[in-house]
Write a protein that binds this ligand. Structure first.
Ligand SMILES: Cc1cc2nc3c(=O)[nH]c(=O)nc-3n(C[C@H](O)[C@H](O)[C@H](O)COP(=O)(O)O)c2cc1C
Length: 133
């Protein structure tokens, strides 16, 4: 979170998703999104809410469970490992929600052939790898 919202560079990256406008269906249609924010202060919900507006504008689906992580500087170590078992469990729960939502959309093949080809290169983590990650 930057000054009560998302950072300018992150917004710029999101705006480049305009490039997905040629897809059929376009943008993030049928994509399931999990929203996580990190804040230096005591709460980060504003950044999550802002991201939710962007997901909607790009026609994606954000799962209801969100993870605003306050005081992120003490929530993770230098390797990015969560310092609190409860935070780890919450992040896993969010991952499970995204996977569950994705299964709903996976029943049909929504994208053009070139987009589908690009997606086949993404290999999901195994359960064991997910535990380490
Ligand atoms: C320009 C700037 C503005 C920030 N504004 C806020 C803020 O409004 N609220 C807050 O909780 N943290 C704020 N922070 C702290 C960041 O949310 C925190 O450092 C977070 O971990 C940012 O991730 P980053 O280090 O990857 O940029 C700000 C940091 C910067 C650099």
């Amino acid at each position: 979170m930057y000054n009560g919202t998302i950072s300018g560079s992150f917004k710029n990256a999101l705006d480049w998703l305009k490039l997905l406008g040629d897809r059929n269906p376009p943008y993030l249609t049928d994509k399931v999104v999990g929203l996580i924010s990190t804040a230096g202060g005591m709460q980060g919900l504003q950044a999550v809410n802002t991201m939710e507006f962007v997901v909607r504008a790009l026609r994606g689906s954000a799962v209801p469970l969100v993870m605003p992580i306050a005081q992120a500087w003490k929530a993770f170590d230098k390797q990015g490992v969560a310092q609190d078992a409860q935070l780890t469990e919450q992040l896993h729960a969010l991952g499970r929600e995204v996977a569950r939502g994705s299964c709903q959309f996976a029943l049909q093949r929504p994208t053009k052939a070139d987009a589908a080809k690009a997606e086949t290169k993404i290999t999901p983590l195994s359960d064991e790898e997910a535990k380490i990650a």
